[in-house]
Design a protein around this ligand. Sequence first.
Ligand SMILES: [Mg+2]
Length: 257
Amino acid sequence: MVSQVIAFDSDGVICDGLAEYFHSAAIAYQQITQTNLEQKTLESLRPAFYELRPVIETGWEMVVLIHVLLQGQNSNVIWQDWRRILAQSLSHWDTTQDGLMLALDTVRDRQITNELDHWLSLHRFYDGMPACLKQLLADDAVETYIITTKEARFVHQLLQQQNINFPSSNIFGKETKQPKSEILKQLLQKHKSTFWFIEDRLKTLGKVQKEPELTAVKLFLATWGYNCFMVGERLPLRGIEAVDLGGWLEKVAQLSP
Ligand SMILES: [Mg+2]
């Protein structure tokens, strides 16, 4: 019988995909704008792009981030006002959110088909996380899910490379077209067990926390994720437990001694 459910965010919790984000977003940007950026120019954007990763909610926004960085937009302004900058950039651009999404997913699909090894090499699993997932999957008392803003098929591909046979039906990606809080509600209804959700984006946790139907979900902030660059954000005092990688692995190990 399932007595414990754990829902994982993917990027910044299971896997560090910063190099892949930058690579794929830069290709998509050049295709959309029909430009050809010099490697030197691209590399000059990389540090700010990495640092600003926490402002990104969904992948397509990264293409816009490349655009505004190229325009010389100041990083602090982007930090403070990303939603406004994003909307403004889109309104001046001859493309839509869906157009950017499609471009980015096409770039990823093409890499998986044509240069899988290179694409996989741009991702780094956090130490101990593959073993942690394997342990959970082998435990009948635990049901494990992944809720991500990436397409589920990309996450499945990455896990397979680590010999993790994660059931596709337990990965909820962008294709569900539902916010994480909605997916959590459905999963919570399905299971009456202890329910944990681990995520590295504080804003996402904050949204979940505001949902009265989700008060039973225990929330964890993964501090090894992209939020280590976060500035100006404060942990809410109650309800969210910040945990480091070692602490998390220990918690999970204790579930099935
Ligand atoms: Mg994340």
